[in-house]
Design a protein around this ligand. Structure first.
Ligand code: HOC
Length: 427
């Protein structure tokens, strides 16, 4: 039997058996009653691919071009935060004290070997500079959570540029954290742990913010700096994620660690942003700017009007709004709006539309391309591969998806991904 199952359900089940309960709940879980997690998957069953016969498909290619760069396939590694939780299975039953620090290097190894872009997460467990070193020349983008601290945003963007990222992806749908029932019931917030905020801890601007907080705490109340946080302090830690009780306190007993988590929760995001703010971010980088979390055609049009260079249709894997519309159902209207709005001037570069939330198989990738995506971001499947077999697992899962995409193209009478369209689906 293969170590990494090809069946998506078997893959998830195998990963679940190897992961701690908290790790599984965080990674696999979604918002509320998990309806949107399920809806994201069910939506694929409503679009049917139509096989075609007697087409010469002897020579096929998955290759595509994205933002001026040739890619071997229209698939990117989605940004996933707090990835170290995925490797906690290696600790065996009960113990979680010595999580190996190898999740992101393993992911970067696999991404480099496959040559597919890695979208480095703001919430990564490894500083982006280290990931960039592992990636070598392989493509990488940077996913940004728009901090309430302008200097921190500028620092992240500058670090991303220096790390060779060729696009900035700003996630818009997580300015408050969704109602994550599985985490709530386990009292689990990975971002209250140092490995959940390593990208921040390695940032010079963030370090200054933390040090200022440590100094302020020491001067205002020197007696409490080394004390275990009080209930009131824990509540304030969670001011951003106000509804998430019971964070892991192990890392909060040191003044710096406690101040770091407090600072993170203070500056992680801002809920006051409007479209006009996008111009500020646009001016901070010459890199292409993509907005992630778009689910309505009007939002896509507004994003383009305010400087976005690309659109990522996503509902954050069903992690933010329970009962939200399945992401796949929003893809075609958004893609149509982008193409109409952007116009067809051949002198202008095409505006890429990407999709995530629910992709598990190569047939799913085909369906998303048929509905108007230029490429997809793959998330949970490779996390499961990582949990099962490290870099080999990430490679295996991704190769399975690409193999099925290739076979699906062959059986649908398609030789290049750019040929895939709505004509390949039953209406
Ligand atoms: C405390 C805020 O993308 C996820 C992440 C969101 C991180 C926000 C953390 O878990 O979906």
């Amino acid at each position: 039997r293969p170590v990494v199952p090809t069946s998506p359900d078997a893959l998830a089940a195998a990963a679940r058996r190897r992961m701690t309960r908290t790790a599984w709940s965080y990674l696999a879980g979604g918002a509320g009653a998990q309806r949107t997690v399920a809806a994201n998957r069910e939506a694929f069953g409503r679009y049917r691919i139509v096989p075609r016969q007697m087409v010469d498909v002897g020579q096929r290619s998955l290759a595509t071009t994205m933002l001026g760069r040739d890619l071997p396939a229209p698939v990117l590694f989605a940004p996933v935060g707090a990835l170290e939780v995925a490797v906690q299975h290696q600790l065996g039953r009960g113990g979680r004290g010595a999580a190996p620090r190898n999740a992101e290097p393993a992911l970067a190894d696999a991404a480099r070997d496959l040559g597919l872009p890695l979208v480095i997460s703001s919430q990564a467990s490894t500083p982006m500079e280290d990931t960039a070193a592992t990636l070598g020349d392989s493509p990488r983008w940077f996913q940004l959570y728009w901090s309430s601290d302008d200097a921190l945003v500028e620092s992240f963007v500058a670090r991303a540029e220096a790390s060779g990222c060729t696009a900035i992806v700003v996630t818009l749908d997580t300015h408050v954290l969704g109602w994550r029932t599985m985490d709530l019931d386990l009292g689990y917030l990975p971002f209250a742990r140092a490995e959940g905020i390593a990208q921040y801890l390695s940032d010079p601007v963030f370090q200054q913010l933390v040090e200022a907080r440590v100094r302020a705490t020491a001067s205002s109340d020197p007696g409490t700096t080394t004390a275990r946080p009080t209930v009131a302090a824990v509540r304030s830690l969670l001011s951003m994620a106000a509804h998430h009780p019971g964070p892991t306190l192990r890392n909060l007993t040191q003044p710096y660690a406690r101040a770091a988590v407090e600072t993170f929760l203070d500056v992680f995001s801002r809920s006051t942003l409007t479209w006009t703010d996008l111009a500020w971010l646009r001016e901070r980088t010459t890199l292409p700017l993509l907005v992630k979390g778009i689910q309505h055609p009007d939002d896509a049009r507004a994003a383009l009007d305010h400087g976005a260079d690309g659109i990522i249709v996503s509902n954050h894997g069903g992690r933010q709004v329970d009962n939200a519309v399945a992401a796949l159902d929003t893809l075609a209207p958004v893609a149509d709006a982008v193409r109409t709005h952007a116009g067809t001037d051949p002198a202008q570069p095409p505006v890429p539309v990407l999709f995530d939330s629910g992709i598990r198989t190569g047939a799913d990738v085909f369906t998303a391309l048929a509905l108007g995506a230029d490429a997809v971001l793959l998330g949970r499947p490779w996390v499961y591969g990582l949990a099962l077999a490290g870099a080999d697992g990430v490679r295996a899962v991704t190769e399975h998806v690409l193999a099925e995409l290739d076979l699906t193209m062959a059986l649908a009478g398609v030789t290049e991904t750019g040929q895939i369209g709505r004509h390949n689906l039953a209406v």
